[in-house]
Write a protein that binds this ligand. Structure first.
Ligand SMILES: NC(=O)C1=CN([C@@H]2O[C@H](COP(=O)(O)OP(=O)(O)OC[C@H]3O[C@@H](n4cnc5c(N)ncnc54)[C@H](OP(=O)(O)O)[C@@H]3O)[C@@H](O)[C@H]2O)C=CC1
Ligand SMILES: O=C(O)C1=N[C@H](C(=O)O)C[C@H](O)C1
Length: 255
């Protein structure tokens, strides 16, 4: 079996450097992939083609990810994307590129952490049973965006489940508030972003009903926690042409 030829974009970053280590470790242990390129800011994307990359992992910045993924899709290189910033408009552009390159696969994973994927799933399941819901995401102060991509996705899933169940908007008597005090409104779900030295990546989904509270919490204590998900994406993406949104599609969650 030929090895997956993997490139990492953003290879000098917090996540990218961990991904470089993980791919090299997989090369040693499983032998099913090899690292053929590690790109930092300013390195030409043509390096991917010259290196013969078949899968590119993007862990860069919301400002860079679109150009990177467009290049990959146009060159038939599968992409595993952890970088945030995927609005509906961006996803529509990506679908257009993929339509012109039907054999190519792109995984957008708001979170590679297995527990974070489960948090999103359990939050969606719980949403219809509770009158109130708020999300608190907590991250290191070097994070470029707020709220986190994971929190946005969680809020969208929760909001979708509430709507399906016919729940009304949640109660909130706030009449006056300092701007920001009630968090960001994501599809009707308040999302609060904490940035604190010492944190890595954490999220709480708080549900409230009459006389009861239900909290789902996930903590990534280090970036190695994301690597089984990154490797799963690398191993599965060539067999999944088109857009896959969310790592859960590659996990046998109901098995
Ligand atoms: N899906 C998931 O599970 C996770 C996703 N993330 C996301 O991944 C992204 C990266 O996070 P993190 O590693 O913490 O960020 P860092 O800032 O530590 O790393 C980003 C790296 O990308 C580099 N970079 C910026 N622009 C480009 C470019 N055009 N081409 C190549 N490299 C570039 C940066 O270079 P320079 O240093 O020169 O700026 C930096 O080395 C974020 O969007 C984050 O939210 C993070 C953790 C988990
Ligand atoms: O920037 C980070 O660190 C993280 N980004 C992703 C996000 O925005 O959801 C995933 C995880 O929360 C870590």
């Amino acid at each position: 079996m030929s090895k997956l030829r993997v490139a990492v974009l953003g290879a000098g970053g917090r996540m990218g450097s961990e991904a470089v280590r993980a791919v090299r470790a997989a090369e040693e242990s499983a032998g099913d992939m090899e690292l053929v390129a590690a790109l930092g800011r300013g390195d030409p994307l043509s390096t991917l083609v010259e290196a013969g990359a078949t899968v590119a992992v993007d862990l860069t910045h919301p400002d860079a990810v679109m150009a990177n993924v467009e290049f990959c899709v146009r060159h038939g290189i599968h992409a595993v994307v952890g970088t945030t910033g995927w609005t509906e408009e961006r996803l529509a552009a990506l679908r257009d590129w993929l339509a012109d390159s039907p054999g190519t696969g792109v995984l957008i994973a708001p979170n590679f952490g297995i527990g974070a994927v489960l948090t999103m799933r359990f939050a969606r399941q719980a949403a219809r049973f509770f009158e109130s819901v708020e999300i608190v995401e907590l991250h290191h102060p070097g994070k470029a965006d707020a709220p986190s991509g994971t929190a946005v996705r969680t809020a969208q899933l929760v909001a979708g489940a509430r709507e399906e169940a016919g729940l009304p908007a949640q109660p909130d008597a706030t009449g006056t508030a300092l701007p920001g005090a009630r968090g960001a409104d994501v599809s009707g779900v308040p999302v609060h972003a904490v940035r604190l030295r010492g944190l890595v990546a954490h999220q709480e989904v708080l549900f409230g009903g009459e006389g009861e509270l239900f909290t789902i919490r996930h903590d990534s204590m280090n970036r190695a926690s994301f690597m089984p998900g990154v490797l799963l994406g690398i191993r599965r993406i060539a067999g999944a042409p088109g857009l896959t949104f969310g790592l859960e599609h590659f996990m046998e969650l109901d098995g």
